[in-house]
Design a protein around this ligand. Sequence first.
Ligand SMILES: Cc1cc2nc3c(=O)[nH]c(=O)nc-3n(C[C@H](O)[C@H](O)[C@H](O)COP(=O)(O)OP(=O)(O)OC[C@H]3O[C@@H](n4cnc5c(N)ncnc54)[C@H](O)[C@@H]3O)c2cc1C
Ligand code: FES
Length: 270
Amino acid sequence: MRNDYQTYNCKILKVEKETADSSTFTLSLPYKGFNFVCGQYVMVSLPGFGEAAISISSDMNDRKAFQLTVREVGVLTSAMHNLKKGGILGVRGPYGRSFPVSQAKGRNILIVVGGCGIPPIRPVILDAVKNPQKYKKVYIFYGSKNEDTLFFKREYSRWRKVCDLNIALEKPKTKKFNKGMVTALFDLKNIPSDAIAYICGPPIMYKFVIEKILKQGFDPNKIFMSLERHMDCGLGVCQHCAVGPYYVCKDGPVFSYEELKNFKTWLSPI
Ligand SMILES: Cc1cc2nc3c(=O)[nH]c(=O)nc-3n(C[C@H](O)[C@H](O)[C@H](O)COP(=O)(O)OP(=O)(O)OC[C@H]3O[C@@H](n4cnc5c(N)ncnc54)[C@H](O)[C@@H]3O)c2cc1C
Ligand code: FES
């Protein structure tokens, strides 16, 4: 039987630059039968540089490789950015509660993402692109600083064939995009309130997005959010990632708004 906590060596097959400080790493599978659902993460390690949680950002249907989209913020993620094709990363997982993708089958989906929140949700976008009949309509509200901080630009024309992609930039350099925060997009488009909502972004974004979504009549049980917390043990022991009675590492990272609405600490910065 496979040990869930074993670390496997994965070979870097490709590195693609996303923004000035972020890249997407395509990796060989850690073991035969590796699969995941949108919102799950792996623990990535490099000897001498530590270990960190990174969401899987690739197509859930891909059985040959998987992808991680990583922002250079500290010790491990900087060391990863020094690696090239052929380099080796330690990977264990996947772990965590995913977005409820099977619940979304046949329904409208509203995806609201801000900044680096798009990689964990990209698997469901790629699933919709590959299986256009699977979901009713996929609305994407994506907020970022400017054109240079947008992830996955090379894919937007493919996404647009199936998804209604709406982008708002705080400081746009061109007139191609809406100006403002991601919440401004709610004033431009009506989303059917029977949609299931998937949200991922910086903590400050959640408060304002949830306000808008609740105003539109969404059911709190149908609003799902992925939380990011600094993790240590990853096993529900050390309390580093506690939010009310939950641990992000073990009970999350995806929670429904219904589960979190009485615990305000999930809104504080990590
Ligand atoms: C479920 C989940 C999914 C994630 N997915 C992604 C992803 O897809 N892509 C991605 O780039 N990142 C992701 N992250 C974030 C990533 O795990 C962290 O940014 C991680 O700290 C990076 O490791 P590092 O060694 O490079 O940075 P570190 O050296 O850990 O430093 C990162 C920053 O955090 C501060 N810091 C470090 N430890 C603590 C602590 N215990 N308490 C307070 N502050 C601390 C540092 O001062 C620094 O500013 C995810 C996190 C979680 C929990
Ligand atoms: S990381 Fe230790 S309890 Fe979650």
